[in-house]
Each structure stands twice: as structure tokens, then as C-alpha cells.
Write a protein that binds this ligand. Structure first.
Ligand code: HEC
Length: 171
């Protein structure tokens, strides 16, 4: 009796796994650098951009570099969910369209998340070893975020770019 239940459960799981392979969530395949990306509002030196691209853009931009295993479920679900959540919080492809207040807040958050080693998401780093931040890279990003915060803050409010594209968020 018990063995039968285990067998049926295993079979059930297999069937579900097989069936979900046919579901393909919509992919994040826009442009990472476009009309509203962060470079339109603050200078992003090439070394900083390189780190952002390798370690953050898969989740925090409009374009994800999908590895082959992303075609396997439930990995694709898992990734898509993270990308969706991450972009809601911070999207480097849309950063120039944020309100000044939000941009300032995000610059603070970037420093905080890196210091606390919350970002890049640890579960993502298990596979994406190249996205692990070295001490130098972490320092580079933190310094850049601090300087950008100071720079954005020093600009007069009225010089502030774009209202039309402002993305309003609750946080
Ligand atoms: C695998 C996906 C993934 C990667 C890669 C990633 N993040 Fe995130 N990030 C998330 C998710 C999901 C959230 C929202 C949930 C949370 O805060 O844990 C988030 C939240 C954040 C927040 C919080 C925003 C706020 O205002 O609260 C910041 C800042 C951030 N990430 C910065 C970064 C930086 C900088 C990198 C690269 C060094 C990075 N993240 C890499 C998935 C990712």
C-alpha cells in the first residue's frame, strides 16, 4: 500500500514536470541600453558598466542573457519571477525615467545591498560564478553609487530630466 502511494506520487510528479516543459513564460528580451537607460542621467564609467552588465543586468535590466538551462522548467519560472520582481525594484534600463527622489533612493539601496551581500542574489551566484563580485568590484560599485548619489543631489531640481517618462512606484 505504502509503496504504491510512493510510486503514484513519483509518477504524478513526473507527469507534472513533463507537462510544465510546454509552458514558456515570456522572456525579458528588450534592450538593456536604450532611450531611458541610466547613462542618460548619470555617468557610468566603462569598468562600472562592465560589472553591472555581468552581475546585475540579467535581473535589473530589460534584457536577460538566458543560459540554455533556462529552457528547462521550473528553472524558467524561477528566473522569470526574479526578473519581474527585480525590475519592479530597480531597472537600469529605465532609470533615467525615475523621479529624482527614487533615483537617489536607489543609489543608497545599491550600496546597502552590496555591503550586506544581498546582491547579486546568492541563489543566482551558485550557477553564475562570473557574477560574484570581487572585493574590488564591490568597492567600485559602492563608490560609484555614492558619487552618483552626491552628483544627482547637487543638481537643481528644475534641471531634472523628463517628467513624461516618470515611472511611479510605491516605494
Ligand atoms: C538573479 C537576479 C538578480 C541579480 C543578478 C541581482 N538582483 Fe538585485 N534584486 C533581485 C530581486 C528579485 C530583488 C527584489 C527582491 C529583494 O529585494 O530581494 C532585487 C532587489 C535589489 C535592490 C533593492 C531595491 C530597493 O530599493 O529595495 C537593489 C538595490 C538591487 N537589487 C541591486 C542589485 C545590484 C547592484 C546587482 C548587481 C551587483 C543585483 N541587484 C543583482 C534580483 C537580482
Amino acid at each position: 500500500m505504502k509503496r504504491k502511494i510512493i510510486k503514484n506520487t513519483a509518477l504524478g510528479i513526473l507527469v507534472v514536470l513533463a507537462l510544465i516543459q510546454f509552458i514558456h513564460p515570456e522572456k525579458n528580451l528588450g534592450e538593456s541600453l536604450g532611450a531611458n537607460d541610466i547613462q542618460h542621467v548619470i555617468n557610468v564609467p566603462e569598468p562600472v558598466m562592465r560589472v553591472l552588465k555581468t552581475s546585475c543586468f540579467d535581473c535589473h535590466s530589460n534584457r536577460t542573457n538566458y543560459p540554455w538551462y533556462n529552457n528547462i522548467q521550473p528553472i524558467a519560472f524561477w528566473m522569470e519571477d526574479h526578473v519581474k520582481e527585480a525590475k519592479k525594484e530597480l531597472n537600469f534600463s529605465e532609470f533615467a525615467g525615475y523621479t529624482r527622489k527614487r533615483q537617489l533612493k536607489k543609489m543608497v539601496e545599491i550600496g546597502k545591498e552590496i555591503t550586506e551581500e544581498e546582491m547579486p542574489l546568492p541563489s543566482y551566484l551558485i550557477i553564475h560564478r562570473d557574477a560574484v563580485l570581487t572585493t574590488e568590484q564591490a568597492e567600485l560599485l559602492k563608490t560609484w553609487a555614492e558619487q552618483s548619489h552626491a552628483e544627482l543631489k547637487s543638481r537643481p531640481e528644475e534641471s531634472y530630466k523628463s517628467d513624461s517618462t516618470v515611472i511611479r512606484a510605491s516605494n
